[in-house]
Structures are given as C-alpha cells and as structure tokens.
Design a protein around this ligand. Sequence first.
Ligand code: NDP
Ligand code: 13P
Ligand code: ZN
Length: 348
Amino acid sequence: MFSKAVSLPIFWMIGENIMGDIKDVLSQYNMVFHRPLVVTGSGVTSELGENYFSSYKRVSINSNHISDVEKVKAQARSVGSDLLIGFGGGKVIDVAKMAATELNLPFLSVPTATSNDAVASPVAVINFGDYVKSMGAMAPIGVVADLNILRNQPRKQFLAGVGDLFSNISALADWQLAADRGFERVDPVAAYLSRNAVENLFRAIENGSDLYATLVEGLVVSGVAMVLAGNSRPSSGAEHLISHALDRFPIHDLHGLQVGVAAFFTLRLHGMDHLRYKKLLSQIGFPCSWQELNVDRETFMKAVQLAPQTRSGRYTILSEVTPELLQEAYDEVYGVSVSGDGEFSIQD
Ligand SMILES: NC(=O)C1=CN([C@@H]2O[C@H](COP(=O)(O)OP(=O)(O)OC[C@H]3O[C@@H](n4cnc5c(N)ncnc54)[C@H](OP(=O)(O)O)[C@@H]3O)[C@@H](O)[C@H]2O)C=CC1
Ligand SMILES: O=C(CO)COP(=O)(O)O
Ligand SMILES: [Zn+2]
C-alpha cells in the first residue's frame, strides 16, 4: 500500500506543559523552520490552537474530506510554508499529513487526542464523499505530545486509543497466520515493536501507573512498526476489517473502540485468551461488548461477513472460520444470546 521509502519520526517529546514555542522545541533537534503552518479542527482544537500557536499562521478544517486537504495545500502554498503541523485529533492529523505528503513538506504531529494510531502512522484516512480511503502518507518527522492537553481529551477518545493499541495483539496473530499460510512475510522488528507497545500499556494498567504517556508512546511505536513493515499489518488485522465494515452501517462508533471490542472476538477465533485482556481493559472502563456501542448482534454478524471485502487480499482468521464458530464465539465473548422474543439478554 505504501513504500518503505517514507520517513520515520526521529524524535518524540512527551511530557507535562511542554508546549513552548514550537520553533524552540524543533531547534533542540537541529531542525530549523521559518514558516510553519498549523492545521487545527474548527472546534476545541481551533481554540487550543489560538492559545498555543498564537504567533503562527493557522488554518482550520471541518473534516477529513479531500476538499479540506486541498484547502490546507492552498494555504500552505500561499504563505510559503516549510512545515505543516497537525494540531488535533485523528482527522486533523490525517489531513495535515496528507497535505504535507502531497506538497512534499515535512509534517509534525502534535496530537490533542490519542484516539488512534494516526499520531505517527504512514497512513491518512481521507473521505472522498462516496468512499473513505486509507492513503499511504509520510510519517511525521516527530511527535510533540503535551500530557496536560491530552489529559483533557474526552475519556472516550482516550479509551479508543487504548483499543487501537490493544488490537495490535489480534493484528499480529493474523499477520503470523498469513505468513504460516505462505501469503506474507512477518517483519520481525515491526512485529516486536508492535507487541512491545501493547505489552507496555498492559503493564502500566496492571501496575496502576499513569497511562497517558504510555499510550502516546505505544501509538507512535505502532506507527513506526507500520513504516518498517511497509503496510499496516502490525496494527491492523481482522478486527480492523470488521470495524471498517461497521463504518458502512448507520450506527458506528470511534475506530479505536470498534477495533478493540472486535479484537476480543478475533482473539477468541484464534483460540487465544481474550478473557485476560477483557478483565484488564474493563478495569479502566473500556467497553467489552457491542451492546455498549449500541451495535446489535445481527449488525455485527453482517459486518463480519462484509469485513474481508474491505481489504481484498488481506488474509486473516476470517478466511478460515465456519458460521458455527462465529456464533459460538459471539456468545462466549460478548456473553449475550438472543432470547425467544428477539430481545438481547446479558448472560453474565
Ligand atoms: N491515519 C491513521 O493511521 C488512522 C486514522 N484514523 C482516522 O482518525 C479519525 C478519527 O479520529 P478522532 O480523533 O477520533 O476524531 P476527530 O479528529 O474527528 O476528533 C473528534 C473530536 O474531538 C475533538 N478534540 C480533539 N482534541 C480534543 C481535546 N483535547 N479536548 C476536547 N476535544 C478534543 C475534536 O475537535 P475539533 O472539532 O476542533 O477537531 C473533534 O471534535 C477517523 O477519520 C479515522 O478514520 C483512525 C485510525 C488510524
Ligand atoms: O487503523 C489502522 C491501524 O491501527 C490502519 O489500518 P488499515 O490499514 O486497516 O486502515
Ligand atoms: Zn487502527
């Protein structure tokens, strides 16, 4: 999907109240830029942008639509920008990343939310109206993550980031399966980084330590793993395909929540211990069933059927399961069965 010739982030700066003048931050890494353009959203991140980037040119976008990418490119050209800074959630990061890629400019990622691994991935999800596409893009030159800002993101977005990172475990199982069947080659460094990132997060949950820094680090490392692999396999498997399929239904939720909830199921399909992860994640309030995301069993099963078509040619556990196993796994993982009158009931 994307080439190994893309850039890698060469630094991250993660800490409390670290958002001084961004030029000073960059100069610590011997990077000198004269005319950065800051891309924000049009709500909270626009207001935050006024505080943190008051002396810089800024452009706000409304969505991750291709027209927003064009808007940023036009503004960057008109002010002669030599750096694009994405200051916001996943959509802002993706639009800034895509615009920088197309203008061949460096891109700095300054997340205000950690809802998924867009923070440092070589991918930008862009909406073309009739369809949404994961486009190959340049990874950022670096990541500046102010924990003071990130602690104020909506809890739901934080949990979504946890879900996107957790899903690495299922993605890695699918990658290995595809390699075992002779369709892929697992890049051991990328796989190591991806696994290590999620294990660090679980250790932090087990120890009751602060999760924000560990989560940002993990999401950045996931992005690096994707760059090294040359594709998204270290962080995207069957659970992502299910989420991509669900996005086509009227009721869907944040990417990271969907992939996380789906990962319990895909881990069970792999015969892995999904319960251990469920117990750990429920400690921090992560949703453990589709009911919590208002997705009913029928919709979920339709999404599972549709899932392989969302990335044709990607071999995952869904390529090997029977309809009976899917139903059995659903009951076991989400603890829910359809009662006689068609209502859902929680079993445990
Ligand atoms: N490139 C990649 O590798 C990946 C990309 N994605 C993509 O990421 C996107 C989703 O990202 P997500 O962050 O969930 O959604 P958005 O970027 O749409 O952000 C959701 C909302 O949160 C607000 N927000 C951001 N930061 C804060 C904060 N600190 N405090 C309060 N509100 C805040 C935003 O404000 P404002 O209105 O100002 O923007 C926005 O209204 C999707 O398009 C998805 O496809 C998903 C996975 C991987
Ligand atoms: O979300 C991603 C990784 O977490 C990107 O994966 P996709 O390649 O499935 O879009
Ligand atoms: Zn993801």
